[in-house]
Ligand binder design. Structure first.
Ligand code: GTP
Ligand code: MG
Length: 194
């Protein structure tokens, strides 16, 4: 998709702030620092619309980015952010769960997992929770430029195995550096917008 217009609509901290229209929403989920905000920037070819950082916990609000006035990316705070207080994590956990279960705008969920490591317990639990509610996510293995071709294959198998996916080809490897996975991700988004 050629992106002519990309703008932040709202950094929401409460449900009342979610946009009130019915534009489709594509959601980014994953651990802190996995590359959710970078994924958005890479797809829309804007280096810094979504704020990123080497420090985990950069995204602390639900950020709604409207693309071509056609759909929105919803960039979520990361889960498993150790420095956040338990009450803060609980608050976000509940808010995100409620959003995912009740928001009718949601047309696609990308769950991002760091391709360099085995999926964490949090990754597994998030995936289980999503599939339990039939919110089947597309699995993205991020930072693929940081591992060798051999390890890329291993990583896809490892992710598929840990999450009990039927086929390791269900995992899309992604890199903001080489743009691996960018076109495939766009194709999936375009397929649900039609
Ligand atoms: P939170 O907002 O804290 O939940 O993190 P996030 O998931 O939004 O991660 P973010 O996009 O801020 O990226 C974290 C760090 O990883 C940044 O330093 C990015 O530059 C880096 N990064 C993200 N994706 C890639 C990638 O594909 N390749 C490489 N080499 N680095 C990446
Ligand atoms: Mg972020």
């Amino acid at each position: 998709m050629k992106v002519n217009k990309a703008e932040i609509v709202i950094s929401a901290v409460a449900e009342a702030q979610y946009p009130g229209d019915n534009l489709p929403e594509v959601v980014l989920l994953g651990r802190s620092n996995v590359g959710k905000s970078t994924f958005v920037n890479t797809l829309i070819e804007r280096r810094s619309l979504a704020r990123t950082s080497q420090q985990p916990g950069k995204t602390q609000t639900m950020n709604f980015y409207q693309i071509n006035d056609l759909f929105r990316f919803v960039d979520m705070p990361g889960y498993g952010y150790a420095k956040a207080s338990k009450s803060e994590r609980d608050k976000w956990g509940k808010m995100i769960e409620k959003y995912l279960r009740q928001r009718e705008n949601v047309v696609m969920i990308f769950q991002l997992i760091d391709s360099r490591h085995e999926p964490s317990e949090d990754d597994f639990l998030m995936y289980e929770w999503l599939t339990y509610y039939e919110l089947n996510p597309v699995i993205i293995g991020t930072k693929a430029d940081k591992i060798s071709r051999t390890n890329q294959k291993k990583s896809m198998n490892q992710i598929a195995k840990t999450l009990n996916l039927k086929n390791s080809r269900e995992v899309i490897l992604f890199s903001s550096e080489t743009k691996l996975g960018k076109e495939e991700s766009w194709k999936l988004i375009e397929s649900v917008l039609k």
